[in-house]
Design a protein around this ligand. Structure first.
Ligand SMILES: Cc1c2[nH]c(c1CCC(=O)O)Cc1[nH]c(c(CCC(=O)O)c1C)Cc1[nH]c(c(CCC(=O)O)c1C)Cc1[nH]c(c(C)c1CCC(=O)O)C2
Length: 343
């Protein structure tokens, strides 16, 4: 049966008159109602693991703006935690994890089969959302791509250049590849459980793919995405997958056909005209307004939004930002963007 929800139609390859729209980090600190619920939960991780409150913050931007999709409220770093890493968030700074530098560190991780013990509340959030979302709204589940997740597990925190992960990749490649294989296997099971609970689309976030060049991009960004996609397509052939190899540049070309993903999400370092000619030729694309427009607003926001819609108008397109909306964004600018897309 042909899909009826707009995002599913675009993902099936249909060119729509008005592109469907959602926004990375649409549930977040730029919204006063998010901050209120987060305060009620206590802290960020408690919010992620509280199904009622996580569902509530997922629904907030749907109520306020009527986006075409909701993205499950969780974090890519919950999987490392479920695999046995320590995880905590330092307010104003970001995530911290126990580091993986040696075989002994790696040996402390648990088996993939055990992840659901930790992640069960996330699946419960998905079940609540499938009950409570409007019938026209698509529910997106997600995970981090193995390379991006590994960069945090190796360094124990976010790093500007992913230096510690590149160093391990060069100095102890066997350990690096064992870690990537564990994350890949865990990601497949995590995403399968999200689909079993009701996720209708899956997105794989490879936020640091851009720091992998040449052969390393093929081995550690493209190949894991292909492996996860292939494993999920065997079990769930009807579930579309969005790949986001952020800042891949020329490596966006051919990424969909090489990995089997149904859609490539684009960051704003590539122009929409270039991406229409080089990436959208292979199928659906998502993106790619610079999230800074959500802070600065004005006519530039409207003009740039319209230019992106026009550039991608001859093929399947899902409108989105090039990266997550930032806490200093003005909620009114989000409405201006939506009006410019739909108007
Ligand atoms: C690298 C990465 C992470 N998390 C994620 C990525 C990949 C996408 C990207 O590149 O942004 C993905 C993510 N994180 C979050 C979601 C929820 C869904 C959504 O609304 O998009 C998703 C899809 C919630 C979150 N994840 C985080 C917040 C902010 C936490 C808070 O409320 O204090 C939210 C709403 C925290 C987080 N989580 C992570 C970092 C580095 C941080 C700290 C930086 C920051 O504070 O923005 C890891």
């Amino acid at each position: 049966m042909a899909p009826t929800k707009t995002i599913l139609r675009a993902l099936a390859g249909e060119t729509l008159d008005t592109p469907p729209i959602w926004m990375m980090r649409q549930a977040g600190r730029y919204l006063p109602e998010y901050k209120a619920t987060r305060a009620q939960a206590g802290d960020f991780l408690s919010l992620c693991y509280n199904p009622e409150l996580a569902a509530e913050v997922t629904l907030q931007p749907i109520r306020r703006y009527g986006f075409d999709a909701a993205i499950l409220f969780a974090d890519i770093l919950l999987l490392p935690q479920a695999l046995g890493a320590d995880l905590w968030f330092v307010t104003g700074e970001g995530p911290r994890l126990s580091t993986i530098q040696s075989q002994a560190d790696f040996d402390k991780l648990g088996p993939v089969a055990d992840i659901h013990e930790t992640l069960n509340p996330i699946y419960e959030t998905v079940r609540i959302l499938r009950r409570e979302l409007p019938s026209e709204t698509t529910l997106i589940g997600f995970a981090g791509a193995p390379w991006t997740v590994a960069t945090y597990m190796i360094a124990g925190r976010g790093t500007p250049d992913q230096g510690p992960a590149h160093a391990l990749r060069e100095e102890n490649n066997a350990l690096f590849e064992a870690l990537l294989a564990r994350i890949t296997a865990g990601t497949i099971e995590y995403l399968a459980a999200q689909i079993d609970a009701g996720a209708e689309v899956i997105k794989i976030f490879d936020s640091w793919a851009g720091s992998l060049k040449g052969d390393a991009f093929q081995k550690y960004a493209l190949e894991p995405a292909r492996e996860i996609t292939a494993a999920l397509k065997v079990r769930y052939p009807h579930i579309p997958i969005i790949g986001f190899p952020r800042e891949a540049g020329d490596n966006y070309i051919g990424f969909a056909s090489a990995t089997g993903v149904d859609c490539v999400a684009l960051d704003n370092s590539v122009s929409a005209d270039w991406a229409a000619a080089n990436v959208q030729v292979d199928g659906c694309v998502q993106g790619n307004l610079a999230s800074s427009h959500m802070v600065t607003g004005g006519q530039a926001l409207v003009d740039e939004t319209r230019a992106i819609v026009k550039a991608f108008s001859k093929g399947p397109h899902i409108f989105n930002l090039g990266h997550g909306i930032t806490p200093d964004a003005d909620p009114d600018n989000v409405q201006r963007m939506i009006d410019a897309v739909r108007g």
